[in-house]
Write a protein that binds this ligand. Sequence first.
Ligand code: HEM
Length: 427
Amino acid sequence: MTSPTGCPVSRDAAAFDPFGASYQLDPAEALRWSREQEPVFFSPKLGYWVVSRYEEVKTVFRDNLTFSPAIALEKLTPAPPEAAKILESYGFAMRRTMVNEDEPDHMERRRLLMDAFLPENLEKHEAWVRELVRSYMDHFIDKGRADLVEEMFREIPMTVALRFLGVPSEDAKELRKFSVAHTLNTWGRPSPEQQLKIAEDVGQFWKTAQAILDRMREEPTGEGWMYDSIRMHNQHPDVVPESYLRSMMMAILVAAHETTAFATSNAFRILLSNRASWNDICDNPTLIPSAIEECLRAAGSVVAWRRIATEDADVGGVTIPKGGKLLLVQASANRDPRHFENPDEFDIYRHNSAEHFTFGYGAHQCMGKNIARMEMRIILDEFVRRLPHIHLVENQAFEYLPNTSFRGPTSLWVEWDPEQNPERRNR
Ligand code: HEM
């Protein structure tokens, strides 16, 4: 077997299957052989060039002209014609939005729309995010057992994203319904039946987004990122065109929701599985921000991202032909011993954890990274104070939605003795 450049494909490369059990179980482990022997290889099963080492992943992320993000959200499994018809019936015309845009448009818009994402402008959200976290905990704090994914982690990032956008809460319910099928749709292998259902949901999502946007436009002084964007559209219609607003509303919800829900679930799983680290953050919550970076390194929620070569280019000594598609496996780069000492060890005191690629890198690096960090920090902070004695329910099976890129368990059961809750003991 040969690659598109005519080079022979090794046995391991030919066998690599991102939908197979080993990648789904642990993508970094599944690519250990590649990090050691063949850090850039062509995968015939995927039709992509896979990049697994830290430096090579960084090289590609850094150069967004040679390696365009245009395919970042392309469906890995093309939709059947019936699904396309459904979308057409909704007038669906999602355009490129930030994450998959090329220069110079991308940077011009990113600069105009960045303000609300800056740490100094996020501070004002902290108090209500904490309130929200506390209210979700109140529902189960006396029960002694909870599925944290179902009862909390899936809900909070969506609620935060909607409020950050400024979407009125009566509209939020509608949007919430439609945004969930996206992971499977984009990075998975949905069945033809699932494709039709997804097309219907995406069409509804599209329609609802426009109706909400129309209402928001009637309030010129509204607060939230979507209102900011409408104002930017009014001032710079050439840079932020009308069609961009609706696409961006959908894109942000998708970008903010499962990424953060999964990252929080992964963080709890890995911290509770490394009890000494959990105990350390309970004893000293100032360790939480660095612990979060180590969680994002060792168990990130976005494990692989895509680029396409705009010209023939060299990556780690391998020629990627123009039009070659690349799968950058951040989970693997995050465990590269050339960059992280003892990378398989979970170490909340590691000095360079924050250099992980879970948020990407370079011109397109995640705009919402500080929102995600804030949510995770507040959630952990509330848990170490209110439920430091939780532990994972033993022998639970962790399931993951089969896809190349988004990773987090579909449920996470924890238990504790409510009698030992600090709030009861201190009464
Ligand atoms: C882009 C991961 C949360 C908004 C990205 C990218 C990744 C990523 C990998 C692509 C980076 C690249 O191409 O170099 C994550 C993870 C999150 C998270 C792991 C949670 C733990 C959020 C949140 C928001 C958000 C909460 C918004 C509220 C965006 C936007 C972009 C982006 C707008 C496009 C930036 C650009 O292309 O300039 N994110 N994300 N993300 N993310 Fe996030």
